[in-house]
Design a protein around this ligand. Structure first.
Ligand SMILES: Nc1ncnc2c1ncn2[C@@H]1O[C@H](COP(=O)(O)OP(=O)(O)O)[C@@H](O)[C@H]1O
Ligand SMILES: [Mg+2]
Length: 254
């Protein structure tokens, strides 16, 4: 089966520093794949390369078999690759519903100029209904009328996910989706992502520090250390790797 996302031989450097060295990974359709590794290992940089925010010097990125390595980020979003950021980006003064409607508008808008023109007119009933639908998926429909700025941290992250889902992606790139969440929010987020994966047959690539989250979600794990893949396999295989244990023991007790 053609992988949803396939990165091969990715090299990325900043000045003299090699941040990613010959990184390859493959995400099978409908599966959840976690990228783990210590701080500074290159996880966020890899996500930026995969989403088209920055470009690799070498290597290829294929989405559903098609080479997207030269496509800028906004085109990859339209191709069907949704992404969230390590720090949630929402408009605090707008209502929760308007934030999702805005994401839908932004997707439909042909150019930034037409986006701003659209923002001045009222969103259509159909668009608001669609936005409400997406809010229900992440369990935020009861907060639709509240300003996004008053949401608790975990809810804000869920809103950001709703804004990403509004664009109907076929794959999600989630960089530390649960960073800073309370244990309760984390559990709810694990359930939500499991449900999205199952019900929407979504391919998900995520980074996560919390190993219990990784083991509860991921079908496949890739371990990065100093920009290199040091292990890749099922959660059990990765957990059994002596090298991974060494890297993690060194950092967890730091
Ligand atoms: N824009 C940048 N310019 C220079 N160095 C960067 C840049 N982005 C990341 N780095 C460096 O690349 C390494 C990997 O960073 P990052 O991808 O954020 O790791 P992680 O997400 O695994 O913590 C770090 O040493 C970081 O300092
Ligand atoms: Mg990071």
């Amino acid at each position: 089966m053609t992988p949803s996302l396939q990165a091969s031989g990715i090299h990325k450097s900043y000045g003299a520093i090699s941040v990613l060295k010959d990184v390859s990974l493959s995400v099978a359709p409908g599966t959840t794949h976690a990228v783990i590794g210590p701080n500074g290992a290159g996880k966020t940089t890899l996500f930026r390369v995969l989403s088209g925010e920055v470009f690799a010097e070498r290597g290829s990125v294929r989405f559903e078999g098609r080479d997207v390595g030269a496509r800028p980020g906004f085109r990859r979003v339209r191709d069907g690759i949704g992404r969230t950021f390590q720090v949630a980006r929402v408009f605090g003064e707008f209502s929760v519903l308007d934030n999702v409607a805005l994401a839908l508008e932004a997707c439909a808008a042909a150019s930034p100029a037409s986006l701003w023109r659209r923002l001045r007119v009222r969103a259509s009933a159909a668009l608001l209904a669609e936005a409400m639908d997406v809010l229900a998926t992440v369990g935020l429909h009861k907060r639709a009328a509240d300003p996004a700025g008053i949401l608790a941290y975990g809810e804000r992250k869920r809103l950001e996910l709703a804004m990403t889902l509004a664009l109907r992606p076929r794959m999600l790139l989630l960089d530390e989706p649960m960073a800073g969440m309370s244990p309760g929010d984390r559990l709810a987020a694990v359930e939500l992502l499991n449900r999205i994966s199952r019900e929407l047959s979504m391919a998900i690539l995520l980074t996560e520090h919390d190993m219990s989250v990784v083991f509860a979600l991921a079908h496949h794990v890739t371990v990065l250390n100093y920009g290199e893949v040091i292990a890749s396999g099922t959660p059990d295989e990765v957990r059994a790797s002596a090298l991974v244990r060494e890297v993690y023991l060194g950092h967890e007790h730091a």
